[in-house]
Design a protein around this ligand. Sequence first.
Ligand SMILES: Nc1ncnc2c1ncn2[C@@H]1O[C@H](COP(=O)(O)OP(=O)(O)O)[C@@H](O)[C@H]1O
Ligand SMILES: O=C(CO)[C@@H](O)[C@H](O)COP(=O)(O)O
Length: 598
Amino acid sequence: MGDQFLGFDLSTQQLKGIIVMSDLKLVHEAKVDFDADLSKYGIEKGVLTNPSEGEVFAPVALWLEAIDLVLQRLKQQGADFSKIQGISGAGMQHGTVFWSQDAETLLGGLDAGETLLEQLEGGSKGERKGAFSHPFSPNWQDASTQKQCEDFDAKLGDPEKLAEETGSKAHHRFSGPQILRFHQKYPDAYKATARISLVSSFLASIFLGKVAPIDIGDVCGANLWDIKKGGWHEDLLALAAGNEGVDDLKSKLGQVPEDGGSSFGEVSQYFVKRYNFPSSAQVIAFTGDNPSTILALPLRSSDAIVSLGTSTTFLMSTPQYKPDPAYHFMNHPTTAGLYMFMLCYKNGGLARENIRDAINNLSSSADSKSWDSFNETATSTPALGQKDPTSDPMRLGLFFPRPEIVPNVKAGTWRFLYKDGNLSAVAPPEAQTKTEDKSWPIPHGDARAILESQFLSLRLRSQSLVEKPGSLPPQPRRVYLVGGGAVNPAIAELAGEVLGGADGVYRLDIGGNACALGAAYKAAWGVDRKQGEKFEDFLEARWNEEGFVKKICQGYRKGTWERYGEALKGFDLVEQKALAEKGEGKLAEENAGEKVAG
Ligand SMILES: Nc1ncnc2c1ncn2[C@@H]1O[C@H](COP(=O)(O)OP(=O)(O)O)[C@@H](O)[C@H]1O
Ligand SMILES: O=C(CO)[C@@H](O)[C@H](O)COP(=O)(O)O
C-alpha cells in the first residue's frame, strides 16, 4: 500500500529528486542548485572550464555532496523513504566518470555514519583511498576533442558512416572521443581506471553499492555503440582503447542490458541504514536526461518535446531510424524498435540569459535576473524585426557565446539583414553607437532574434520528420515545452509562431521536472509492470491528461508560420556564413566553402 518511486535528474546546474505514487502523482520534490549550494567548488553554472583547451568539466565530489543534500531536503519536506519501492534517475548525457581499482570495495562497504563525500572522494593527501582515478567528469559542453572526433569519423570513413552505425557523427562531447582524449592526456590515470561510467550509471552505482551497467538508451551518446548490431562497436572501441586493447576497454565499460526496465538489484545498505529505504527497494536502470525526458509524456507520432535547460534539445520518439550527421538517433530508453530523435544545442539557456542581462543592465531599476524586460522586448518586436514585411529586410542571427554543436562552429555572434535572397551584415554594437543605423538595435533587437534563431534551427532540421496534420502543412502535432525555460510565456509564444504545432504548445502542469518525472515513472514501470507490459501502455493506463499537462498557447498561426518558412532560406545562408568563418573541422570548412561559393 502507498508504494512510492524516486526519480533523480543530475543535470548541468542542479540535482533534482522527486517522488511519485504508483498512480504517477507527484508527492515530493527537492533540488540542489550547484552554484547556490556548493559554490565552494569554484564552479560557474555547474562547471569548471579551461578555455585554453576548450575543456569544460565538473568535480565528481560536488555530485557526491549533492546526493546526500538532496535526500536530506526531501526528508525535511516529509518524504518517508521507507515507502520507496523503486529508484531510477537520469544524468546529463555523455559525461564520463573514471572509477579507481578501489571503487567497488568502497561502494560496497559504505558506513552509514559518514557522508558519501567523506568515504568516496579519498583524501587530498592520499591518506584515504578514493573511488575515482580522476576527480573530474568531462561535461557535455566540452569542446576539446576536435582531433579525436576527426579520428572517429575517419575510422569508419566519413561522418555519414559513423552516423549510420552509431546514430551520430563524432561529437566533441560524446564519451568515445572523450575517453580517447583522456587516454592520451592522462595515460596513467587511464591505466588506474577500473571502470568507466556515464553520469547516469555513476548515479545508479552510488545507489546500488557497486558499479552499475550503462543504460541501453544513454549508451548511444558515446559513438561506441553499434545500434543495428545492438552491441559495442569493435572498431571504434579499438580506436579509443589504443594499446590497452578492446577487451580492457570493454571490461571498463561493462555489459549493457537490453531491457531499460531491468532491476540492477536492491538499494545499497548505506541508504537503508542512513535514510531508512526498505532493503527491497529496486534500482532500475538510470538513463540520460534526454531519454528520460521523453518518458515524462505519452508521446504520439509527430509530437515534439523542446527541452529548455542549460542546453536546448528537440526530442521525438519514432519507429524510423534515419540517421544523418546533422542530428542524433539513440535507442529508446524503454522500448525496443523505437528510437529517440534528438537535436542538441549548447547555446540554449545561457545564451538567452546573456541577452536578458544585457537588456537589464541598461536599466538601473531592473532586477538583473528578471525575464520581464527580455519578454516584453521579444514580444513587442515585430516578427523577424520587420515592421513592414513587404519592404523591410528580415533580421536573422546566431548567438553562440559558447562553441556550438549545430552547426559545429566556434563561439561567435552573427547578425544579418536578409532580403531578396541576399544577406547584408549588421554593424557590430560598437560601430552602431557612431552611426544612425537603427536596422537592428543591440541588445533590444536580439531578444526576439535569439528566440527566432533557436526555433528556426529546430524547424530546419526536424521538418522531414514531422507529418502533415489534416489539411495543415507538415509540422509537429503538439509541441511540449519542458526544462527551466518552459515557464517563460514569451518563449512559448515564439515556439508556437515558428515551429507551429497543429494541436498547440503544451507544458507539464504536474510540478516537478520532466526529466526527473520520467525517471520516477521508469522506476514505477520497472517495479510494477506486468509480464511484457510496455512502458507506453503502463503510462497511458495511469495518465491523467487534465491533471498532468496544460495547453499554454496556440501553435500553428496561418501566415506567420509560412513567413518563418521563408526565413528558413535566409537562416540557412547565415549558418553557411558562420561555418565559413568559424566552422570546426576540415569537413565543415569544405562544406561551408562549397555552399557559400555556390
Ligand atoms: N523564467 C525563465 N525564463 C527563461 N529561462 C528560464 C526561466 N527560468 C529558468 N530559466 C532557464 O532555465 C535554465 C535551467 O534549466 P534546467 O532545466 O533546470 O537546467 P539543467 O537541467 O540544465 O540544470 C537556466 O539556465 C535558465 O536560463
Ligand atoms: O549534451 C546533451 C545532449 O546530447 C545535453 O542535453 C546534456 O544532456 C545536458 O543537458 P541539460 O543539463 O541541459 O539538461
